[in-house]
Design a protein around this ligand. Structure first.
Ligand SMILES: C[S@@+](CC[C@H](N)C(=O)[O-])C[C@H]1O[C@@H](n2cnc3c(N)ncnc32)[C@H](O)[C@@H]1O
Length: 365
């Protein structure tokens, strides 16, 4: 199981292209490599498996840090695998007080949300948000409470906790009543529960036995701030958002699952999709902001790294000309590599439009 969640912009299918254009060049070298917008961590995982590099990871999303725990597996304790095997089997949700049934009440069919009035759902049969079935919502609460108890009593360490939460995220996303993102839910109510197969946990245990080299760190937060805190890099790989659709309002539910301290005061009152009450400042969320942060990304990136590679799309917010202008203003050298690919929509209807996946390679002259 390579993919933990369904994710817009995941580079899972482009790893060969990335290897040909970027990675193979550094194959036998010992370099400091940054996966600057880690997302699902498929890129970092590929690099960990294939190269002997010092890896640095970075992303603004909490769930990205949790999902990347698979790369930090050498820091887990051996007992985490038996806990992982038991986690999805927990079913004593009657043991949870109503207060602990947060994912059931707030985000699931038949729940009783406290952060939105029932009138908001007058166009539906059920008067609740519908991201999960009752069974899945309660299971998420049960798993999170179990992890919380183990962590608070000191039975598991930070890395065990994250790996366990990764399984909760995988389970939740596999069962989510959505096309892909959490910006809306389907009207469907009778989705059968699907479990993450035992073979995945066997695979994790295998990976653990191989003692993979642990990355140097995961830097959580805005890329510009993070770049300033990193040691000197040889290669910074950036895979920024292509458009102004915000990851933090399309995958907010996964951020909530990732934090054991999550409580309902973090949900915006009256929001049908349960958006966060506080907005994360993120310049990628607007057209004007994208232009500001892209320039900063290239300039700060070049201060931190000898080479930067940016994955982008030909229908991305920034035009090729704009990217070239930033480079020529700074007297940076830029090369462009492209690959054709067809765009898939969340509902799997293939659009006729052919797009180019672009890689910009930028360095000093
Ligand atoms: C195209 S996706 C990266 C996908 C990733 N390479 C993969 O294969 O899964 C863009 C990522 O940028 C992150 N992001 C958005 N704004 C950011 C910011 N200002 N600083 C750091 N990360 C940001 C999002 O959380 C998202 O994971």
């Amino acid at each position: 199981m390579k993919k933990i969640i369904r994710y817009i912009g995941s580079k899972e299918k482009l790893l060969d292209f990335l290897s040909e254009t970027i990675f193979n060049e550094y194959k036998n070298k010992q370099i400091n490599f940054l996966d600057g917008f880690t997302g699902t961590s498929v890129v970092s995982k590929h690099c960990q498996e294939n190269y002997d590099w010092n890896l640095f990871l970075s992303d603004i999303s909490d769930y990205s840090e949790v999902i990347s725990s698979r790369l930090f597996i050498s820091l887990c304790s051996p007992k985490v695998f038996s806990i992982l095997r038991e986690l999805q089997k927990l079913d004593n949700h009657e043991s949870l007080s109503d207060e602990k049934l947060v994912f059931f009440n707030e985000f699931s069919i038949k729940g009783t949300p406290r952060t939105v009035s029932k009138e908001a759902f007058s166009n539906q049969d059920v008067l609740s948000r519908m991201f999960f079935t009752e069974e899945v919502g309660k299971k998420i609460d049960l798993m999170r409470t179990h992890i919380s108890n183990l962590f608070n009593s000191g039975e598991i360490n930070e890395y065990d906790k994250r790996l366990l939460l990764m399984l909760v995220i995988a389970f939740a996303d596999k069962n989510a009543n959505t096309t892909s993102v959490y910006g809306a839910y389907l009207k469907k109510q009778d989705r059968p529960t699907v479990y993450i197969p035992e073979s995945f946990i066997d695979l994790l245990e295998e990976e653990y036995k191989q003692k993979p080299t642990t990355p140097k760190g995961f830097f959580k937060g805005d890329i510009i701030t993070n770049l300033k805190e990193m040691p000197e890099l040889d290669v910074a790989y950036f895979d920024p958002p292509y458009n102004t659709r915000k990851y933090e309002s399309n995958y907010h539910i996964l951020n909530y699952i990732s934090s054991l301290d999550f409580n309902i005061s973090e949900i915006k009152e009256g929001s049908k999709t349960g958006l966060p009450s506080t907005k994360t400042k993120n310049l990628f969320g607007s057209k004007k902001g994208t232009r500001i942060i892209f320039k900063d990304l290239i300039e700060t990136g070049m201060e931190s790294s000898k080479n930067i590679f940016i994955s982008y799309s030909s229908d991305g917010e920034m035009t090729k000309e704009e990217v070239f202008d930033i480079c020529s203003d700074n007297n940076f050298e830029i090369n462009v590599y492209t690959k054709d690919y067809k765009k898939f929509k969340a509902n799997n209807i293939e659009t006729a439009k052919s797009l180019d996946e672009i890689i910009y390679h930028i360095r000093r002259r």
